[in-house]
Design a protein around this ligand. Structure first.
Ligand SMILES: [Zn+2]
Length: 120
C-alpha cells in the first residue's frame, strides 16, 4: 500500500513529493545521514546541526544537538519560521504522529519547506 503522501502526489508539486521521499528514506543532507556514510563514520553524538552548534573551549570542541530529522522539523533554529507557518504540525513534536496526520498536503509542504530552508 502506498503511503498517503505518494497517493496525494498527483496534487502535490513533484519537488515536494521528492523531498518527502528523501526525508522518509533518510537520504538527505542532514548530518545524521552524512556522518553515517562518511569514511570513517562520524560518531552519532558528533553529528551536530551546523545551524545550532557552537564551538566551545580552547580545544574548539563543537557542541550542539545532533542534526536528526526530528531536530530539523521541531527544534532547529533555522526552521523556526516554517514552524510558525505550520503551528499545529510543529506542536506535534513527534515524527510518527506527524506522518499519521490527516492533512497529508500540509505535512508534505512542512517537511519540504524545512528541508529547503536548510538546503538539505
Ligand atoms: Zn539546528
Amino acid at each position: 500500500m502506498l503511503h498517503p503522501y505518494l497517493c496525494a502526489g498527483l496534487s502535490l508539486p513533484r519537488l515536494v513529493v521528492r523531498d518527502v521521499a528523501r526525508f522518509r528514506l533518510g537520504s538527505h543532507g542532514l548530518q545524521v545521514f552524512k556522518g553515517r556514510i562518511s569514511d570513517p563514520p562520524v560518531p552519532f553524538a558528533k553529528r551536530a546541526c551546523p545551524c545550532c552548534a557552537r564551538v566551545e573551549g580552547v580545544r574548539r570542541r563543537v557542541v550542539g544537538p545532533v542534526d536528526t530529522e526530528h531536530h530539523l522539523l521541531f527544534k532547529c533554529t533555522a526552521t523556526e519560521a516554517v514552524r510558525q507557518k505550520y503551528p499545529r504540525l510543529a506542536q506535534m513534536n513527534d515524527l510518527r504522529r506527524l506522518f499519521q496526520s490527516e492533512d497529508v498536503s500540509a505535512v508534505a509542504h512542512f517537511v519540504s519547506e524545512c528541508m529547503r530552508v536548510r538546503g538539505v
